[in-house]
Design a protein around this ligand. Structure first.
Ligand code: ADP
Ligand code: ZN
Ligand code: ZN
Length: 832
């Protein structure tokens, strides 16, 4: 028997045939992770399929199994194949996404001592031999750590030639092992331990005393105790424990524990509420898909305004899927930014939910992965990588806020979109894909209009928190209009949105960050003891530092983007690569002393609020104040507890938060980002404005939104102010059609980056010529745009050039192999 194996040895791509040794012939299945030899190295590979015949005359054997059970399900192998084709990336790159970190191993070399030290010639030789003599065989990466600043590899080469050292290729041992704890219990009844004379070592010695204390702790506890706890309480050591074990007084055992990131967090199970009339209608339409008959039908787009009850529909869908004996994956943009959504899943399905987030250690990730494989977890919630957990029978994939750009991998290959991958995966699995958004991306809505996706809408917002606020009935309720919604709920109006023309403010003598209307509204909100959110669109915002005399701009020496001004600490920072420096006092070009910053960041907005309303408590939420999930949660909880009145933040406050006391949302700068040279600039602005406006007016207190703009008539602003998705969709679609942009034609982006600007330009020119020639020769309808430098021209010290291919099947225009160094992005979400 033979097998086709994808080897994990970048940049080697492709698959190879190996034969199966007798002891593995029976057992090896597609999806098994194995070790094979490749050239001189031992490398990992994934079995793709078994073969009766190999296509090459001589094959090498599969050497060993890494894990007894297949690490990839057949469905995952299919998904990887689909992704590899859709994103034009190597199959192994897609498979690697699905292998848990820690199981994916790297090749290394092991060195062992054969002959004596007399063969050493240099100091490094001597050190290396001494190390191997003392420590036994060592891997290259271990020696790197033990002999830093030594060119020991040269010595090793020499010593290998003289047979002083032996060299064997090996794999790094897997890093992630299940965490084991050592448990200790008494081997005899407590009375016997306490009252009969025991040999605990030399009488009166400290060791005997420690061992006695250990026994005492065990007698008190009466059940097995974890060893670390026993050490902590008794002062004893592992050696003491072994001494007690030898004397037959205690029994040691090992237990495997799950490193559960949620350990210690308790959740009260929440009862599902009665559905509103809108929700019932939506649920009726899709309910049948989750039954045991499994008539899944096409994917569903749940288009519902902010606060219309989409999450409740996801929860029902998950419950129905579990009832049918299958499992569910729920994708959210980012766990740390959507804690309320995550908590609702945890509360509804206690003990059955696994979370995937960026702060998990490899070990935690590995445990979650294993619990999924063993069917212990039924629901997995997480960002795009959660799509790759090995649940045995996936019946539902939810993509919440499906318009969110964090679903697109833009950095490394494969540059996949998790929404598209979820749609394809669900088709393969005969599962249901449930997409939800208040502002679906144009492409998804276009597919829904074309009937490829079933459109289900929730047109009205639910008035939530009525009961929470009932205690405060006597409070004056402002601007709330609501009507019964069936069940216990009522519907509410979406908050009114006012657009303020900032050009007029300036003409009339107000050059401050805030319009008079926004200041007035802030004052009223604070006087009513309610809360406000001030939103700053960071994308494309200008906080650059420039010379007022000659116009010189302070730029990052590595990226060439303008540096942003920060006040605490006072410095200039690059938001692409993290470079920081102080602001110069004099202009390097003209020598002028008026080097100033321009524009506003969150710090300036916060300072301005504090200047205008000294009594107000403010809170800033951006990438500078919150980095870890804990910090995000802390800020959010602080605000929910009303320990702050005004929250100043960037894009991250727009993602699905439900804050009852927020009655005012101010958008400080609506049109930064509108003028970026990107085909999705208007769509992105419309989405973020609609989402952030959706944070206001979630309770009977009502709410309002004030949007400040220098282009108040722009259709993206006007449509979001009128909560008019359909209107925006119509206008934007017309523009895309005129310009030949997605969803009418597809784009494929090719980027080349190089430390030399000239080299980047030349590479782009050469590939452009090659592509143009083959496009003309084949009579393809695809066209080439570029070459041109990217809008973000430099990143981490490298110059970037790009080519775009636009057409119905842009992938067809690519040659079989691209010159090295080119990055491929099929259906890019941004061309900056
Ligand atoms: P979305 O996901 O569309 O933003 P949510 O599901 O978060 O909407 O619902 C908005 C608010 O309405 C939440 O506070 C939620 O608890 C509440 N809610 C949702 N469905 C119901 C219902 N059927 N009855 C009462 N309250 C509901
Ligand atoms: Zn100057
Ligand atoms: Zn930089």
């Amino acid at each position: 028997m033979y097998a086709e194996v994808a080897v994990n040895l970048p940049p080697v791509q492709g698959t190879f045939h190996y034969h199966l040794p007798p002891d593995l012939t029976e057992r090896l299945q597609p999806g098994h992770l194995v070790v094979v030899s490749f050239g001189q190295q031992r490398v990992q590979g994934v079995i793709l399929r078994r073969l009766e015949q190999a296509e090459v005359p001589e094959t090498k054997p599969v050497l060993e199994l890494v894990d007894q059970a297949p690490v990839l399900t057949p469905a995952q192998l299919d998904l990887a194949r689909w992704m590899s084709e859709a994103t034009h990336s190597a199959l192994i790159e897609c498979l690697t996404l699905m292998i848990p970190p820690g199981l994916a191993q790297r090749a290394d070399t092991e060195y062992a001592l054969c002959a004596g030290e007399h063969l050493a010639r240099t100091e490094t030789d001597r050190r290396l031999l001494a190390l191997l003599a003392e420590r036994g065989p060592l891997r290259g990466r271990q020696i790197d750590r033990l002999l830093p600043r030594h060119a020991w590899r040269k010595s090793a080469d020499r010593l290998v030639r003289r047979d002083a050292v032996q060299r064997t290729p090996v794999l790094d041992p897997p890093k992630a092992r299940p965490k084991r704890v050592r448990n200790v219990r008494l081997a005899r009844p407590p009375e016997q331990v306490l009252h009969s004379p025991l040999d605990l070592g030399r009488a009166g010695s400290p060791a005997a005393a420690r061992r006695r204390r250990m026994l005492q702790v065990l007698v008190n506890e009466r059940e097995p105790v974890e060893a670390f706890w026993l050490y902590a309480e008794s002062g004893g050591t592992l050696a003491d424990l072994h001494a007690l074990e030898e004397r037959g007084l205690v029994v040691l055992s090992e237990a495997e524990v799950w490193r559960d990131p949620l350990a210690g967090v308790s959740f009260v199970a929440a009862q599902p509420p009665a559905l509103t009339s809108d929700q019932s209608r939506a649920w009726q339409k899709i309910q049948a898909r989750f039954g045991p008959t499994g008539d899944t039908g096409p994917a569903v787009l749940l288009h519902g305004v902010t606060g219309s009850g989409k999450t409740e529909i996801y929860l029902r869908a998950v419950a129905a899927t579990l009832a049918a004996g299958r499992q569910a994956i729920v994708l959210v943009p980012e766990i740390a930014l959507t804690p309320q959504t995550v908590r609702r899943f945890l509360a509804r399905f206690p003990g059955q939910v696994g979370l995937i987030h960026s702060q998990l250690s490899d070990g935690e990730r590995y445990d979650t992965w294993r619990r999924c494989r063993q069917g212990e977890l039924k629901v997995v919630v997480g960002p795009r990588s959660a799509l790759f957990v090995p649940l045995p029978d996936i019946g539902l994939i939810v993509v919440d806020e499906c318009h969110d750009e964090s679903y697109k991998e833009e950095g490394a290959a494969p540059r996949y979109h998790a929404r598209d991958a979820a749609l394809a995966y669900a088709r393969q699995l005969r599962a249901t894909c449930l997409l939800g958004s208040a502002t679906p991306d144009l492409g998804t809505y276009f597919q829904a209009q074309a009937g490829q996706i079933e459109l289900v809408s929730l047109p009205q917002r639910i008035l939530a928190h009525r009961r929470d606020l009932e205690a405060q009935r006597d409070r004056q309720i402002v601007g709330a209009h609501y009507r019964p919604a069936g069940g216990e709920a009522e519907y509410a109006e979406l908050p009114p949105v006012t657009i303020v023309d900032m050009r007029r403010e300036l003409r009339e003598g107000n050059s401050s960050l805030f319009s008079r209307e926004l200041i007035q509204a802030l004052r009223q909100t604070l006087e009513a003891r309610q809360q406000a959110i001030l939103f700053l669109n960071r994308r494309g915002s200008a906080t650059h530092i420039f010379c007022r005399d000659c116009g010189w701009v302070l730029r990052c020496p590595r990226c060439d983007t303008s540096l942003a001004h920060h006040t605490a600490p006072a410095e200039a920072r690059c938001h692409r690569c993290g470079y920081r420096r102080s602001t110069p006092t004099a202009c390097p070009t003209c020598g002028g002393a008026r080097v100033r910053h321009f524009g506003a960041g969150t710090q300036q907005v916060q300072a301005e609020v504090e200047r205008l309303f000294p009594q107000a408590q403010t809170l800033r939420w951006d990438r500078d104040t919150a980095r870890s999930p804990d910090q995000h949660l802390l800020i959010l909880d602080h605000f929910i507890d009303h320990r702050a009145d005004v929250l100043v933040g960037t894009q991250m406050i727009a993602k699905g938060l439900d804050l009852p006391l927020v009655t005012l949302v101010g958008v400080v700068s609506a049109d930064t980002g509108l003028n970026l040279p990107d085909f999705r600039a208007a769509e992105r602005t419309f989405q973020v404005l609609s989402q952030v406006a959706g944070r206001a007016g979630r309770s009977p207190l009502g709410g309002r939104v004030i949007v400040q703009s220098y282009q108040p008539d722009h259709y993206a602003l006007q449509a979001s102010a009128h909560h008019d998705y359909a209107g925006f969709y119509r206008l934007e679609l017309e523009k895309r059609k005129d310009l030949g942009y997605p969803p009418f034609r597809r784009l494929l982006r090719l980027v080349y980056a190089h430390t030399s600007a000239q080299a980047a330009e030349q590479a782009a020119g050469a590939l452009a010529a090659q592509l143009q020639a083959s496009l003309s020769a084949s009579g393809s309808s695809s066209e080439l745009i570029g070459p041109a430098p990217c809008f973000f021209e430099r990143q981490a010290g490298r110059y970037r050039w790009q080519l775009l291919i636009r057409g119905h099947r842009p992938l067809d225009a690519l040659p079989d192999t691209l010159p090295p160094g080119w990055q491929v992005d099929v259906d890019p979400v941004s061309v900056l």
